[in-house]
Each structure stands twice: as structure tokens, then as C-alpha cells.
Design a protein around this ligand. Structure first.
Ligand code: AP5
Length: 220
């Protein structure tokens, strides 16, 4: 299954993509996680991306397209993927079309996570992530068992540098300007579905599974 998760920062794309990977075995391809890992390693990609990510701006399209092209060619993604954080601009969406066509692959579903601005802000300001593997928590909605420690690997939890209020504001502006046109780009296609992203993590997960099932039935 080849899937795209779209939605504003904090809409729950990463949380749901990770659940789908754990429970259904579909690899999560998160450009945000890939960039944060590259920044932590101090690699060439990380050094190039750092300033953009910390300011809440987008990394240039040519860099992101090359990152995704290399990632989708890896063996684990040959039978399916959940794109989480890509495409984020129209040129990225167009480049993905070319990439998939060249590889003889098709998108099965594009899920748009619909959430109010008020909930988005609450989710982002309470988010904590683990340093080792990026497992996602929320102080109020999804707290770890032990304060400040990841349930899965025991590593320390920290707040993302781009979750500071002024940077969140910038990311939301960038989302409205650059990524909402991408939502419209896919809305016109048969694969598009809106998922109500309000409510608890398990409720949203059930809606995600039901939406994917419906899309697969329509395709059959
Ligand atoms: P990225 O990491 O992709 O950030 P984002 O799109 O802003 O998305 P988030 O990770 O903030 O939110 P999410 O929707 O995954 O929500 P989450 O599940 O964590 O990108 C970061 C930066 O990298 C960008 O700003 C840009 O600079 C760069 N970048 C990345 N991709 C790029 C690209 N393609 N082109 C150019 N630049 C790119 O949930 C949020 C919180 O809510 C968590 O605390 C979670 O526990 C909680 N939560 C989730 N679901 C629920 C629920 N149902 N109920 C209650 N709480 C919930």
C-alpha cells in the first residue's frame, strides 16, 4: 500500500504513521524524522537542513526530492510506504508523481488529517519526543509512564526546538501558504479522503484503518 498522510503541524500524522508501521507493517517515511536524525549526526544533509528546520521554514525542494527518491528505493519501501511530511509543496507533489510513474507505482490513498487550530496548538505545545528514536508523547494526552523517560527505550524525552510558540506560528503560516495547495492538488484525485483527527489516538487510528479499507475496496 502506498499512502500519503497530509495535514497541519501537530495534526497527528507522525503518531498515526508510527502506529500503522507497528501494527500493519507499512514503513513510515517521515521527512521530519529523517532531517532530525541527519541534524543529530551532523551529516551534510543535517548541516544544510538545520537553519530551515529551526526557523520553521521548508528545506529546499531539490534536497527533499532527492532524500525521498533515495528512501523509496530502499528494499523495505518497495512494497509500500506511508509518507509523513512529504510532499509539502506543489513542486514536491509533481516530483513524486514523476518518481512513482517511473517506478510503475501508484498512490493507493491520500489521507488528510482535519483538526481545528485550537487543538493543533494544544497538541504541539505539550509534545515531548524521545532522543533515541523519536517516540512521541504528550504531557496531557499521551504521557509516558515515567516522567521524562521513553516507555519504549528508556531514553530521555525532550521538546523539539521547533515547538517553541514563535516557531509554531511560523510553521503554521508556511503550512497555509505552501502545503494547503498540495491538499487541493490531491483533493481532485480519486484517492483523497478526509479523516476527522479530533479525539483520542485509538479513535483516530480506527478511522484511519476504516478509510484505508474503503479506499482499497473502491480500488478493487
Ligand atoms: P515534521 O517533523 O514533518 O513536522 P510537521 O509536519 O510540522 O508535523 P509534526 O511532526 O509537528 O506533527 P504531526 O502531525 O506528526 O503530529 P504528532 O503525531 O507529532 O517537519 C519538521 C520540519 O522539517 C519542517 O518544519 C521543515 O523545516 C522540515 N521538513 C520536513 N519535511 C519537509 C519537506 N517535505 N519539505 C521541506 N521541509 C521539510 O502529534 C503532535 C502531538 O499531539 C504529540 O504530542 C502527540 O502525542 C499528540 N497527539 C497525536 N494524536 C493525538 C490524538 N489523537 N489525541 C491527543 N493527542 C494526540
Amino acid at each position: 500500500m502506498n499512502l500519503i498522510f497530509l495535514g497541519a503541524p501537530g495534526a497527528g500524522k507522525g503518531t498515526q504513521a508510527r502506529l500503522l508501521q507497528e501494527r500493519e507493517g507499512i514503513p513510515q517515511v517521515s521527512t521530519g524524522d529523517m532531517l532530525r536524525a541527519a541534524m543529530a549526526d551532523g551529516s551534510e544533509l543535517g548541516l544544510r537542513a538545520k537553519g530551515y528546520v529551526e526557523r520553521g521554514e521548508l528545506v529546499p525542494d531539490d534536497v527533499m526530492v532527492a532524500v525521498i527518491e533515495a528512501r523509496l528505493a530502499r528494499p523495505d519501501a518497495r512494497h509500500g510506504f506511508v509518507l509523513d511530511g512529504f510532499p509539502r509543496t506543489l513542486p514536491q507533489a509533481e516530483a513524486l508523481d514523476v518518481m512513482l510513474e517511473r517506478a510503475g507505482r501508484k498512490l493507493d490513498a491520500v489521507l488528510y488529517f482535519d483538526l481545528s487550530d485550537e487543538t493543533i496548538l494544544r497538541r504541539l505545545t505539550g509534545r515531548w519526543v524521545c532522543r533515541q528514536a523519536g517516540h512521541i508523547y504528550h504531557l496531557e494526552f499521551n504521557p509516558p509512564r515515567q516522567r521524562g523517560r521513553c516507555d519504549v527505550d528508556g531514553s530521555e524525552l525532550s521538546q523539539r526546538a521547533d515547538d517553541r510558540p514563535e516557531t509554531v506560528q511560523r510553521r503554521l503560516e508556511v503550512y497555509h501558504r505552501e502545503t494547503e495547495p498540495v491538499v487541493e492538488f490531491y483533493r481532485r484525485r480519486g484517492v483523497f479522503s478526509t479523516v476527522d483527527a479530533e479525539g483520542g489516538i485509538e479513535d483516530v487510528h480506527r478511522r484511519v484503518l476504516a478509510t484505508i479499507r474503503t479506499r482499497m475496496e473502491l480500488r478493487a
